[in-house]
Design a protein around this ligand. Structure first.
Ligand code: ADP
Ligand SMILES: Cc1cn([C@H]2C[C@H](O)[C@@H](COP(=O)(O)O)O2)c(=O)[nH]c1=O
Ligand code: ZN
Length: 193
């Protein structure tokens, strides 16, 4: 769980918070936890996700444990700016799927005094930094990297290993398609192939 004393989370000041890590690392749960606490503080919260992420639901952000919160699916980062008027806190899930314009959009929103909380995969299945995530980490006021448990050895996992043969960077999936692995196990699995 994140240390809210460090974050001074209900301060009504513009800032950018990034929650990154591999699949199953708890990014969405941490995002939902922060957004719900902002709602308890009676702050106006808007939540966005990329329209392509239809895994569990078209209109909700849903964690692997099926915790959910209503969200607005958007096609392009510019829609986030257009649909954010009046918001005090903005949540964005699956940020890796957005276009690079998301970096400027988030900077612009934070400059207007809005708290922007972003969750996304830091790396794809090849361990390549994913979409706008490196740029978002660079401009963030606060970055936390969360970790899943390696399904082979039980250590902390950094990587999302793809189990199926598909070379495209974007491929929606769950436990049938991906597993979280630590560095040692990721390299072992790769060398077995
Ligand atoms: N190998 C694993 N390590 C940790 N959590 C896992 C694992 N496999 C499944 N989970 C579940 O996934 C949940 C995290 O889901 P979620 O917040 O949606 O993660 P993320 O958004 O990072 O993919 C955990 O609370 C746990 O119940
Ligand atoms: C590694 C990797 C993942 N994806 C997809 C698979 C899932 O649909 C999402 C990640 O969801 P999570 O909330 O972080 O579990 O991204 C992908 O398209 N490409 C990849 O390389
Ligand atoms: Zn391992």
């Amino acid at each position: 769980m994140y240390n809210e004393n460090k974050l001074n989370e209900t301060a009504r000041t513009g800032r950018i918070e990034v929650i990154c890590g591999s699949m199953f690392s708890g990014k969405t749960e941490e995002l939902l936890r922060r957004l719900r606490r902002a709602q308890f503080a009676r702050q106006t919260v808007e939540i966005f996700k990329p329209a392509i992420d239809t895994r569990y639901s078209e209109e909700e952000v849903v964690s692997h444990d099926k915790n959910a919160i209503l969200s607005t699916p958007v096609e392009h980062s510019s829609n986030v700016l257009l649909l954010s008027s009046g918001a005090e806190v903005i949540g964005i899930d699956e940020a890796q799927f957005f276009d690079m314009g998301l970096v400027d959009v988030c900077q612009n929103l934070a400059d207007q005094g809005i708290r922007v909380i972003i969750a996304g995969l830091d790396m794809d299945f090849k361990r390549i930094p994913f979409g706008p995530m490196p740029g978002l980490c660079a401009i963030a006021d606060d970055v936390i990297k969360v970790h899943a448990i390696c399904v082979r050895c039980g250590n902390l996992a950094n990587y999302s290993h793809r189990l199926v043969k598909n070379d495209k960077q974007v491929m929606l999936g769950e436990t049938d398609e991906y597993q979280p692995l630590c560095r040692k196990c990721y390299l072992e699995v790769k060398s077995e192939k």
